[in-house]
Design a protein around this ligand. Structure first.
Ligand code: DOR
Ligand code: ZN
Length: 429
């Protein structure tokens, strides 16, 4: 007799406190309760089952030029080992994804190499074919560089206005990197932060928001201070995200690595700002990682030459789940910020742990936190600024019903592409 499910995750704790057997088949959850008959049963006693996280801001690198920093194999393994089942790749690749052909090539690369679900955004510049990117399946547009950063030059105001008008017409989401970059010597974390000040980030957001056409859906990337977050709330319905590095690192508290390791745009701020961001935790709509891997060698150069960016897709949920276990934040608030709100903004499928939803799940130990060390992690970057901090890492991560990560082993499948709403399949893909 054939079985009713392909796999059962037996005896897992659900976020609402129930203990249940989760039966999976055809890529979806088919039943939550007593186990269905299945081909395979995995004992999940003592494990907390959460929906897989959606990290809406990662730079997966790869392509011909940047695979030495990261590629879709190492980047997606890093995601799975951190409980992230869907990543949204940013288009500031080399070359950037300005048109349908480059975009479709990127989708092919990720489908071949990734072992998680993925979406890809379109690049916004004066040369971009926004409509072509939308029809090729771009999930959203951005991050759009209203200020220059590593691998992104600043767009002009005129180009931005033009892009906004096309994006609003398509009904797509635009995501925005806002900063004001002052001239000066970029010699330390403190100097870097002073040259890209909190007030400049907020002023740039306000300049950009003043140009939103009616009906534009906009999302501010990686806000580094309460000042900016409050400004974003004033431009509703725009939403915003905050990154783990702005919650866990500061100019004063950046661990033992060389200062360049924590160089990132927007910069890490002073302790007072970091603590004030935590005070706003409940109001923050989205947490994303801005996973931006560079090698240890690149990050050890003289500070002014160090590229900006921090790897973080694998440590985002673990660091925050450790805060849940310490009783500092609610599990439900974490799930809102790393699963439900990003999925809602992007219109993508996620598990709600209900039958019929995709079996994108991560199972975590209920007690055990581990000391984070770079050799535990899977990014090709090979280092972490969170060395020595505590994290709660999943034992099992399931994508589309497949046990993609099982107690330190990965099983390679095709990446599962999530196209945007404008996707017109030409049959050429
Ligand atoms: O620090 C950053 N690094 N900020 C960005 O906006 C881009 C990113 C990268 O791609 O390295
Ligand atoms: Zn950015």
């Amino acid at each position: 007799m054939s079985s009713d499910a392909e796999c059962v995750l037996k005896g897992a704790l659900l976020p609402d406190g129930r203990v249940a057997d989760i039966s999976i088949g055809g890529g979806r959850i088919v039943h939550v309760g007593a186990a269905r008959r299945a081909d395979r049963t995995i004992d999940c006693t003592g494990l907390l089952c959460l929906p897989g996280a959606v990290d809406m801001h990662v730079h997966m690198r790869g392509g011909d030029k940047q695979g030495y920093k990261e590629d879709w194999v190492s980047g997606s393994q890093s995601a799975l080992a951190g409980g992230v089942t869907t990543v949204v790749d940013q288009p500031n690749t080399i070359p950037p994804l300005t048109g349908a052909e480059a975009f479709t090539g990127r989708v092919a690369e990720a489908t071949r190499d990734a072992c998680c679900r993925f979406g890809i955004n379109g690049y916004v510049s004066g040369d971009s074919d926004i409509t072509g990117l939308w029809e090729a399946g771009a999930l959203a547009f951005g991050e759009t560089f209203a200020a220059a950063s590593s691998y992104g030059s600043a767009i002009t105001t005129e180009e931005l206005e033009q892009a906004f008008s096309v994006i609003a017409g398509l009904g797509a989401l635009v995501t925005l990197h806002c900063e004001d970059v002052l001239p000066g010597d970029d010699t330390s974390l403190a100097a870097h932060a002073a040259l890209r000040p909190e007030a400049g980030e907020t002023a740039c957001m306000e300049m950009v928001a003043a140009r939103f056409p009616p009906g534009l859906s906009a999302h501010f990337c990686h806000l580094s201070s309460p000042l900016s977050a409050e400004s974003a709330m004033g431009t509703l319905p725009a939403t915003y995200e905050v990154m783990p590095h702005h919650l866990f690192l500061s100019i004063e508290e950046h661990g033992t690595a060389p200062e360049g390791c924590c160089k990132v745009n927007p910069p890490v701020r002073h302790e007072a700002t970091r603590k004030a961001l935590w005070e706003m935790w409940d109001a923050i709509p989205v947490i994303a990682s801005d996973h931006a891997p560079h090698t240890a060698e690149e990050k050890s150069q003289p500070f002014s030459e160090v590229p900006s960016g921090i790897p973080g897709v694998e440590t985002m949920v673990p660091l925050l789940l450790a805060e849940v276990y310490r009783g500092r934040i609610a599990l439900s608030s974490l799930l809102e910020k790393v699963v439900y709100t990003p999925a809602h903004l992007l219109g993508i499928p996620i598990s709600t742990l209900l039958p019929g939803t995709p079996a994108d799940l991560a199972l975590y130990p209920r007690q055990e936190t581990v000391k984070i060390t770079s050799d535990l992690l899977h990014s090709r970057a090979g280092w972490t600024p969170y060395e020595g901090m505590q994290g709660v890492f999943p034992y099992i991560t399931c994508v589309g019903g497949h046990l993609s990560y099982l107690r330190n082993e990965f099983s390679q499948t095709d990446g599962l592409w999530v196209p945007g709403r404008g996707y017109k399949c030409t049959g050429a893909e």
